[in-house]
Design a protein around this ligand. Sequence first.
Ligand code: M6R
Length: 345
Amino acid sequence: EREGYPHFMLKEIHEQPRALQETMGSSISDLQLTPAQIRGFSKVVITACGTSYHAGLIGKYVLERLARVPVDVDVASEFRYSDPLIDENSLVIAMSQSGETADTLAAIKEARKKGCRTLSITNVVDSTITRETDDVIYTRAGTEISIAATKAYTTQVMVMYLLGMLFARERGWCSTDKLAVLEAVLYQVPDWIEEILEQENNIQEIAGHYHTCDDFFYLGRGLDWAVALEGALKLKETSYVHAEAFAAGELKHGPLALITEGVPVVALATQEDLMEKTVSNIRVVKARGGSAIGITVGQSDLVDETCDYVFQLPKAPSVCEPAAVSGCSAALCLLHILCPGLRCR
Ligand code: M6R
């Protein structure tokens, strides 16, 4: 069943291009929301746990940028205790790979109690969550056996983009031309991920330089921060080492104290408009003796000059800025490969 892969996580990492194609092909076609309902929501709340929560953070970015609808992202285990400010004009989205996570189910019950419209995004057909929500979108990742979520996450991110585009279209915030470009970009993502997967040996080699380190830090801004959080979670649960993610700008507000000689910092710099800012944070890391692993898109002299190792992700056309999905999915894919590499302690 592992088809020659040493473990299911790696097999599922390699299944990402296919899973994304499947998800793009069919996932939001069953959505029952009418254009009037989509236009009528005053806010969207995404609630989820763990990796699904991290995909929700990307969802906030995408929905707010593309459709200009306010989005909150809440950890599901906190949601029902927070007396959330939601009503019948809110759309509450519960994201869960399994569709069975107790806290996420409890959050959706709370949303229904308050009269909200509810939508689940799940990978498992007929899971409990699908019966608790008004609408369902299925990610088409295929069965995920590995406890560490990989293809489930990337397909959730893809659904967030598809939903963002639908909301943008209905709410009139994006030109048809821009949406067409974004759609074309999304169709390229599976190929980009293939390209990243081809760098696997390279990535393993670099991982080999760090496999005795006990602490890892991840930093990024905007979308990169959301991806950094998922990278750190993945490293913890697969490698049993301490890993933390920071918004890059927060580094100087305390965490810098932890960056000492040789401490590895994975710096995500995939968004051109934020590149210089993130590079200035990398410089600070280097000045403290830290070791920087940069993840960027295309060739960036700035990142090259400051980092000890650099991974280049395929570059999306910059014509539409949320096309950062290329960076984000591919960066994640890369982090997923890096994690098992680091496990051989
Ligand atoms: O099935 P769910 O998406 O609701 O699971 C939520 C989390 O337990 C899950 O995403 C977990 O964080 C990942 N398996 C970690 O890789």
